[in-house]
Design a protein around this ligand. Structure first.
Ligand code: TYD
Length: 135
């Protein structure tokens, strides 16, 4: 599974906390887009897609949520519970986000601009895509 937890250093002092994510240190790719998800109600699940070329790092900068990851062979669930950790998700990885706490803010750092043609939004199509690719 092309995923990895990234641990950010927390610069905490009497004034509060600061976390930095820098290219070549914590970040494995140049960030070209940032978006964030918040105000997710109760049992809502989001995501349900994989990317052909996009790399991402997800950070729950407030609250918590869970990320289901699926590479077509195995599945794993990663809880995101701290602003000091990021989840790198590589290409060809199906993801679903769920169990958002009410206060959750999930930030996504992405390696490219938004491009709908980079999405695979159907799970059967995802499995077919992997099959073709691995022929
Ligand atoms: P969507 O892909 O459904 O979000 P999720 O992956 O959480 O299920 O995106 C919701 C809407 O936001 C959809 O209309 C596309 C739009 N959008 C952008 O305009 N730019 C972006 O960078 C992203 C990620 C989504």
């Amino acid at each position: 599974m092309d995923v990895k937890i990234i641990h950010f250093q927390q610069h905490g002092d009497a004034r509060g906390n600061l976390v930095a994510a820098e290219l070549g240190k914590e970040l494995p790719f140049p960030v070209r887009r940032v978006y964030y998800i918040y105000g997710v109600k109760g049992a809502q699940r989001r995501g349900f897609h994989a990317h052909k070329a996009l790399n991402q790092v997800l950070i729950a900068i407030a609250g918590s949520c869970k990320i289901l990851l699926d590479n077509g062979k195995e599945q794993t669930v990663v809880p995101l519970t701290s602003p000091t950790e990021g989840l790198f998700i590589g290409v060809d990885t199906w993801r679903e986000m769920f169990d958002f706490s009410e206060d959750a803010v999930l930030v996504s750092l992405a390696s490219a601009e938004y491009d709908e043609s980079d999405y695979i939004r159907d799970h059967d199509a995802f499995l077919k895509y992997l099959e073709e690719k691995n022929k």
